[in-house]
Write a protein that binds this ligand. Sequence first.
Ligand code: ZN
Length: 247
Amino acid sequence: MDIEKLEKLMKIIKNSKHLVFFGGAGVSTASNIPDFRGEHGLYNYTPEDIISHSFFKEHTKEFYEFYFDKMVYLDALPNECHKFLALLEENKMLDAVITQNIDGLHQKAGSKNVIELHGSVLRNYCMKCNRFYDIYSKPFKDINYKGIPKCDCGGIIKPDVVLYEEALNENDITKAINAISKADTLIIGGTSLVVYPAASFIRFFRGENLVLINLSEINIDGLSLNINGKVEEYLNTDNFNKYLKEK
Ligand code: ZN
């Protein structure tokens, strides 16, 4: 860990009035949730093919096979980074968390204002009657997370997850852009920012400090701080207690 950069980061967080965190897959790596894009697909399909709207429509069974196997981690627990961000919010030092992850771990850690750009595996809807089902509901338990979950009306239940070929939720886009354009500090963590259109959201940032924390090195114009490392090593409760508790 780079102590000089850590101290600079903590100083930025401490002095921010409107801090927003924008996170990706790397935020949940320490919770043992791998980035499915790195996984091998089924048969001759890539993960991107499988997690698409048309694949869901045409090969629902195979979609769910991959989905339950590679994308749903019901036993996963929030890690230090999730906890750190929840602490910041609790102490009124953070406006919002914007995430590309679908695991619901920020809320599990206690974060309230979470904008889930790609939806959540925890929420599901019947495609026929629109009835809501959480992932712990009967249709999921009945099939033991194998096969296709069906509604009482007979309709197929679809995860509230934004698939490839599908548009992001308008309301979430608006909320994310509002938060980013109001922010004086934007910390981007655990994402290579390759997934469009989320990646384009940083264009709306007009604040002072743009910070990137990512395992692999990425260069973006206008960074105030570029940290090469694991997000949870920099953003964690120890560092919160050491640097930020007595604000
Ligand atoms: Zn239904």
